[in-house]
Design a protein around this ligand. Structure first.
Ligand SMILES: [Fe+2]
Ligand SMILES: [Fe+2]
Length: 169
């Protein structure tokens, strides 16, 4: 089993679901959707967790759901616009949606709820897995913003996984 096959085995109930794939229509950065961003974070966190001997299944699952807030935070329509406090409020919304749509563990919930630390100052990642996802999120967001992700081999791999999960439905 290669790395992506093992990753898929850990998260397939999430990645193949319509609610997860609905994030493909929300913009994260530039031409990168929130779905692509969450897969990037989940795959990077999963690999880091495997290297460090952590619970890579929980890490991948929590990471894949960490931004399941289900709206476009760039939206210009004032009535539909999410609160200006999006950075502070979206972890709670994502955690609530993750519970509503998926069968998640307490450890996975904690990953989602605490991923924005230190912005959400009182929500400190309580486990190594949660800290790994919080760091992977910042790493991926930085690469997406600075453009170093755009034409990278990592993005090619992520795109291949997206084609795979979209063709499976
Ligand atoms: Fe987030
Ligand atoms: Fe994120």
């Amino acid at each position: 089993m290669n790395s992506f096959e093992l990753f898929h085995d850990c998260v397939k109930d999430i990645s193949l679901s319509p609610v997860f794939q609905s994030m493909d229509k929300f913009v994260q950065h530039g031409d990168i959707s929130t779905m692509e961003h969450t897969i990037c974070v989940a795959y990077c966190a999963f690999n880091l967790a495997r290297k460090k001997g952590l619970d890579y299944r929980t890490t991948a699952r929590g990471a894949l759901l960490h931004d399941l807030y289900l709206y476009d935070w760039h939206i210009k329509d004032f009535k539909k616009r999410p609160p200006l406090t999006h950075g502070f409020t979206h972890p709670a919304k994502a955690a609530e949606n993750a519970k509503k749509y998926f069968n998640i563990s307490d450890a996975e919930y904690k990953i989602i709820r605490n991923h924005m630390w230190p912005l959400t100052i009182f929500h400190i990642p309580p486990t190594k897995e949660a800290l790994t996802v919080s760091l992977a999120d910042k790493h991926c967001a930085w690469r997406e913003t600075m453009g170093t992700y755009d034409n990278s081999p990592l993005r090619k791999e992520i795109k291949k996984y997206i084609s795979f999960i979209q063709s499976d439905n």
